[in-house]
Ligand binder design. Structure first.
Ligand SMILES: Cc1ncc(COP(=O)(O)O)c(C=O)c1O
Length: 360
């Protein structure tokens, strides 16, 4: 199974003879403001972090997470990106059957293909603007799946399931004995919808979070999982030793402490996303879906003079990468995704798309 992801700048730069830093990458959803300026403190005195083994339980980082989220430290485990947990989870919950709400980030499928669980999909539909139809979900859950995977806000659509709706789903799934795994990678942009507060009461809930996207530390690999203490223990047992390196731990601590940067990032993203969406909506042949994350999901209409694949190729010639979406379950080649970047970069993409979409 081929694993396709956005943010593949090194490979593309090699193939095209470009420098990675010359690429404008709209394919990875990284905070446009970059990482917190406090992260630089970590690199000014990095010697002892490199020389010694890291704190293998990442206690200080977890303590900071506990303050940031207002939950006990026993509800957290940190590791080498949330990808580490996505790989470990099938071995921990050993599900016989998994229901995945699609379209969705593709790594869950990949990790389940290596386990013996059977995967079923519940597709959200374009006609519903990719919002979940609750009745359809409840009808499915009646069948009694071992696990339910939801990405909220969804990657690739950006749709958020509101907190009240999600709470009801968790309660219902709990009655059916279904473990609910919510990937909240983009929840820092819409924190009020997080289900983190439910982990104390519901022991069948697992939440994935990361420092890669909102905190822009993707290259350091720092992710974490929030759940009931009983799952945390089992997951820790399966991790490799020192899976979260020392520099990533300290960068994580500095980032979480920077409340000014956190507020500024949310504000910037809300404003820049709204302006970007407005500009994109003015272009012909494009549908722009409502997003609560730091990216926009778009559909190219059939009547367009170019295909998404042609748009991708022409933009690449100009050093711009977008995320084609045909590999996501339940959607076709007419969809693509772009991250919200600096305002001048967003404007550049709009102007390039305008040229490509003007009738020949
Ligand atoms: C929805 C989703 N989950 C998980 C990940 C992986 O995150 P990490 O960098 O923490 O491994 C990504 C990366 O883009 C993602 O989009």
């Amino acid at each position: 199974m081929e694993r396709k992801h956005g943010g593949n700048i090194y490979q593309i730069a090699r193939q095209r003879g470009l420098k990675p830093e010359s690429i404008i990458d709209f394919s990875a959803n990284i905070n446009a403001l970059g990482f917190s300026p406090r992260v630089k403190n970590v690199f000014s005195d990095v010697d002892s972090s490199i020389l010694n083994y890291p704190d293998h339980g990442a206690d200080e980082f977890i303590n900071e997470l506990s303050i940031y989220h207002g939950l006990p430290a026993e509800n957290f485990v940190a590791g080498n990106g949330s990808s580490e947990f996505i790989s470990l989870l099938p071995g921990v919950i050993r599900p016989k059957s998994v229901l995945i709400v699609a379209p969705i980030y593709t790594e869950y499928e990949y990790s389940f293909h290596r386990s013996k669980g059977v995967i079923f999909y519940l597709n959200t539909l374009e006609n519903d603007n990719f919002c979940i139809q609750e009745k359809m979900l409840y009808d499915e859950l009646k069948r009694g799946y071992s696990a339910l995977y939801i990405c909220n806000p969804s990657n690739p659509t950006g749709v958020v399931i509101p907190a009240d709706t999600m709470k009801e789903m968790i309660v219902y799934a709990s009655k059916k004995g279904t473990t609910v795994i919510i990937d909240e990678t983009f929840m820092d942009f819409a924190e009020e919808h997080s289900m983190k507060g439910m982990v104390k009461k519901f022991d069948h809930l697992i939440i994935l979070r990361t420092m890669s996207n909102f905190f822009a530390l993707a290259g350091l690999r720092n992710g974490y999982l929030i759940s009931h203490a009983k799952h945390i223990e089992k997951i820790r047992e399966r991790q490799s030793m020192w899976s979260l390196n020392a520099v990533a731990q300290y960068a994580g601590i500095e980032s979480l402490k920077d409340s000014a940067y956190i507020q500024k990032s949310v504000k910037y993203n809300n404003e820049a996303r709204a302006a970007f969406a407005r500009d994109l909506k003015e272009l012909p042949f494009l549908n722009v879906f409502k997003s609560s994350a730091n990216f926009l999901f778009l559909k190219l209409k059939e009547s367009a003079p170019v295909s998404v694949s042609e748009i991708y190729g022409r933009l690449l010639e100009r050093g711009i990468i977008i995320r084609r979406c045909e590999d996501f379950q339940g959607i076709d080649h007419s969809f693509f995704r772009v991250s919200v970047k600096k305002k001048n970069e967003n404007k550049k993409l709009v102007s390039e798309l305008k040229k490509l979409l003007s009738k020949k």
